[in-house]
Design a protein around this ligand. Structure first.
Ligand code: GDP
Length: 452
């Protein structure tokens, strides 16, 4: 995802600034210019970038900052806040409630991933205990109904549509009525994304919306549309009352900055992102964790939540203790690998830590990652207790490496590779040294602690 590159550029700009001996107007300006350039290259709208730059300059008044205050931290915090503000329209979107019938209408251009996203959205809620249903109100595109039907059948979600009826409003109304009678609590209406004329598309959308009275209209946007995002999103917003945005294809080469523009144009939050073609490649979108990951700050609150959620209660204190000590031995790495493999979907907990996810377990390569982890563990099985418990990197001499390679039947290159990985992870782990571990529900304290 190119957004990761944006994050990298911003972090580098901030890091360069911290290398400066004195942080004055020029250093701050250079840093902000660098960040602005990165945002523009990621297709964020020019006006938003300009506003962000002037907001930060206003917040960070270097002259009034007391001597000795950590200017870099204040600037980093200001960048963090501004990026969050860009993505947060200030009001949450409507959220469906179980057992209470609601209608959600999907709009977006053809090819944006709308039909796929309707099914992902239905499937996500089905797993949360909702009773979803899908209605195909796209009578313009031949094959639209077949596609929805196919997706819905695979996910075992009831659907409604017609090969004969050409009036989308009629189908939408019939579908919604039928599923209301069947006590479905989440009725999703997929609309057309193309017409002979743009005006006709928007008029049709308006009519479907008027007839079905949706509780929420979701605008689906392909993350690769770039600078066109703002105008496109605004055009949709002007026809129907868009209340939320879903950005698709975030797994591809898209720059992703368009997401920020869509939020500004619709004044609606991004609620999910699509990260692949499969039905489960769909993630809830949360602004703060997203931005902190973008800035390489790590998703600390999400990480702790995940620990509380998936690690058995009796093992939590020990793990948290180890985290706060910041000492990462090869044995600890071995234990974490065991946890990762045991926990099923790889990377549940550690994918939340920056560095663990991106390199050791890149998304979409879970099988290869598991194989790599198992390979590492085989090599560690040939290590002595002393080697596993040591914190001295110099201990791993050439002769020890050769012995481990021979013992595990792996090439020397693999052992060196594993030790490199260990060093990398140890560095990340060490950042948690002294971390005050909050109890469940004390996340805000942690966020302050970690400056996020
Ligand atoms: P619609 O015309 O807007 O209904 O778009 P479709 O749902 O037919 O999707 C168009 C194409 O985009 C299909 O090939 C989908 O599989 C693909 N697609 C949808 N969402 C994603 C996503 O998040 N990631 C990727 N890689 N492909 C997606």
């Amino acid at each position: 995802m190119v957004l990761a590159q944006l994050g990298g550029s911003i972090s580098r700009a901030l890091a360069q600034m911290s290398n400066a001996t004195v942080i004055d107007e020029k250093v701050l300006s250079d840093c902000l210019n660098e960040i602005s350039r990165a945002l523009l290259q990621s297709d964020v709208q020019f006006k938003m970038v300009r506003d962000m730059q002037s907001n930060i300059k206003r917040i960070v008044n270097l002259e009034t900052l007391a001597a000795g205050t950590n200017k870099r931290r204040i600037i980093q915090q200001a960048v963090f806040t501004e990026l969050c503000n860009m993505l947060d329209p200030g009001k949450p979107s409507f959220t469906p409630k179980k057992g209470k019938p609601c209608v959600v209408m999907f709009v977006g251009l053809q090819g944006s991933g709308k039909t796929t996203t309707c099914t992902k959205y239905a499937y996500y809620h089905q797993r949360k205990g909702f009773k979803p249903a899908l209605v195909c109100a796209d009578t313009f595109r031949a094959g639209a109904f077949d596609q929805l039907k196919q997706n819905a059948t695979k996910a075992k979600i009831p659907f409604y549509g017609s090969y004969m009826e050409s009036d989308p409003v009629k189908i939408a109304v019939e579908g919604v009525e039928r599923f209301k009678k069947e006590n479905c609590d989440l009725i999703i209406v997929d609309t057309s994304g193309r017409h002979k004329q743009e005006a006709a598309l928007f008029e049709e959308m308006r009519q479907v919306s008027e007839a079905t009275k949706p509780d929420l209209v979701i605008f689906v946007m392909d993350s690769s549309i770039g600078q066109a995002a703002f105008d496109q999103a605004q055009a949709f917003k002007q026809s129907v009352s868009v209340g939320a945005v879903i950005v698709t294809k975030m797994d591809g080469h898209a720059k992703g900055g368009g997401a920020l523009s869509a939020v500004a144009a619709t004044k609606s939050p991004v609620i999910f992102i699509g990260t692949g073609e499969r039905i489960d490649e769909f993630e809830v979108f949360d602004v703060k964790p997203f931005v902190s990951r973008l800035l390489g700050m790590g998703d600390w609150s999400g990480f702790m939540d995940k620990i509380h959620e998936v690690v058995p209660t009796d093992q939590q204190p020990e793990l948290l203790q180890k985290l706060s000590e910041g000492t990462f031995t090869l044995r600890l790495m071995y234990e974490q690998f065991q946890n990762i493999l045991k926990m099923g979907p790889i990377g549940q907990v550690f994918s939340m830590l920056p560095g663990f996810s991106s390199e050791l377990m890149p998304k979409g390569h879970e099988k290869e990652s598991q194989a790599k982890i198992k390979r590492y563990m085989t090599m560690m099985d040939s290590m002595t207790d002393g080697e596993l418990d040591s914190t001295n990197p110099k201990l791993m001499t050439e002769s020890r490496i050769l012995r481990i390679a021979r013992g595990s039947g792996r090439p020397v290159r693999d052992v060196v590779d594993m030790l490199e990985e260990y060093k990398r992870l140890a560095k990340i782990w060490s950042k948690m040294k002294g971390l005050k571990i909050p109890k469940k529900g004390e996340m805000s304290a942690l966020s302050r602690n970690m400056n996020v």
